[in-house]
Design a protein around this ligand. Structure first.
Ligand code: GLU
Length: 376
């Protein structure tokens, strides 16, 4: 059965990743302003359809290295960090001004590997990004290159964009690149190479096709794009790799320009819940009363009022097991409070949280988005 290529108009939350070589002229170190303005026009189509947009943008190092007159070629880590420190200011302003032209407010978010891989920091970053979207702003995201050292860096924005897409429960990730998709063999060296329009599953054969399509400015080649595809599709996000070399690259995808779609079998919510249910090690147990069991089973969040006892030394953002009055496992979830704070508010009405803890925490002990019911 031939896979159906999704319609761009259907997506509700879209992450667009822009590579350095598209945004910045590698020789002059200047912005491709006409290209960016055409891209922003395309983004306004999404906005008009009521979709939320997130931008993951490279270009800080490429912009900053010219200003600092750093040599061409591979930079030392400290040089990249310095270049990013200078270039990120310009990059953020470029996006803020460009998005303002279509009536959108940009919010800069700089992330490192730890912000997406450690659960507590993941939750924090997710809340900030979620809030920006809720308030109608566009998160403009890059790696925090100035503080990222080799051990704690993504190093390429393809995988960062995929993590952001799964974190924001986006339904689509668009990787705009200097190549129009995945080829059966490296197209530069093999004239029989064919573009693969749809990848329904990332098999060993697909990975072997990746080769290397890196350029001097951007770190990501096809390999990191396939890695991004794995992250995105296993968490319920479709991904498309398309060429950004022409003006209006998103409209081109809509008009069936050559590109490669990586399709996900899962929907964002079930994938996230699968992640909660399967991938995390539980740090504690939360015992709840019969009323809370019924509430959870009807799709509600777990409030402190329904908790009767807690066990274990968990911190905010840890995975916990939720048990009912008979000790049976009802659900697993990500808890919103550290053990000590949780102890103080169990059995209490959520309105009293601020009074008891001295800060306005979440009203839920575990939000329903962070709960995976047993047997689901
Ligand atoms: N974060 C880097 C920058 O903004 C780019 C990384 C990449 O191109 O993948 O310059």
């Amino acid at each position: 059965m031939a896979a159906v290529i999704p319609d761009l108009k259907k997506f509700r939350r879209v992450v667009v990743k822009v590579g350095s070589s598209l945004l910045v002229d590698s020789q002059a170190g200047t912005l491709h302003a006409e290209w960016l303005s055409a891209l922003v026009d395309d983004l306004s189509d999404f906005k008009k359809r009521g979709a939320s947009i997130l931008v993951v943008t490279s270009g800080a190092i490429a912009l900053g290295r010219t200003v600092l007159k750093l040599p061409k070629g591979e930079l030392q880590l400290e040089e990249s960090q310095a270049a990013a420190a200078v270039g990120q200011i310009a990059l953020a302003r470029i996006w803020a001004e460009s998005l303002a032209k279509i009536g959108l407010t940009a919010g800069q978010v700089l992330l490192t590997l730890g912000d997406t891989e450690e659960r507590r920091r993941y939750l924090n970053a997710r809340e900030t990004i979620g809030k920006l979207i809720e308030l109608g702003a566009v998160p403009v995201i890059n790696e925090n290159d100035t503080v990222a050292t080799n051990e704690i860096r993504y190093g390429d924005n393809d995988r960062l964009a995929a993590r952001v897409a799964t974190m924001a429960s986006a339904d689509l990730l668009i990787l705009l690149s200097d190549i129009d998709g995945l080829y059966s063999a490296p197209p530069g060296t093999n004239k029989d190479a064919k573009l693969i329009p749809v990848v329904s599953r990332i098999t060993y054969e697909i990975e072997a096709m990746a080769g290397d399509a890196g350029s001097e400015l951007s770190r990501g080649g096809m390999k990191t794009k396939i890695e991004a595809g794995k992250i995105a599709t296993s968490a319920g996000t479709h991904m498309v790799i398309a060429s950004g070399r022409k003006l209006h690259p998103l409209r081109a995808i809509e008009k069936n320009a050559p590109c490669t779609w990586f399709l996900t079998p899962a929907s964002p919510v079930t994938a996230r819940k699968k992640w909660i249910a399967g991938a995390l090690e539980a740090k504690g147990i939360i015992h709840i009363d019969a009323g809370a069991v019924a509430a959870l089973r009807s799709g509600k969040s777990l409030l402190p009022a329904g908790v009767v006892k807690i066990e274990g030394l968990f911190a905010r953002g840890d995975a916990v097991i939720v048990r009912g009055p008979d000790g049976g496992e009802i659900a697993r979830g990500i808890v919103a409070y550290d053990r000590d704070d949780a102890l103080k508010i169990i059995g209490k009405n959520s309105k009293r949280i601020e009074g008891i803890l001295g800060y306005a925490g979440r009203s839920e002990m575990i939000h329903r988005d962070d709960l995976a019911m047993a047997g689901e």
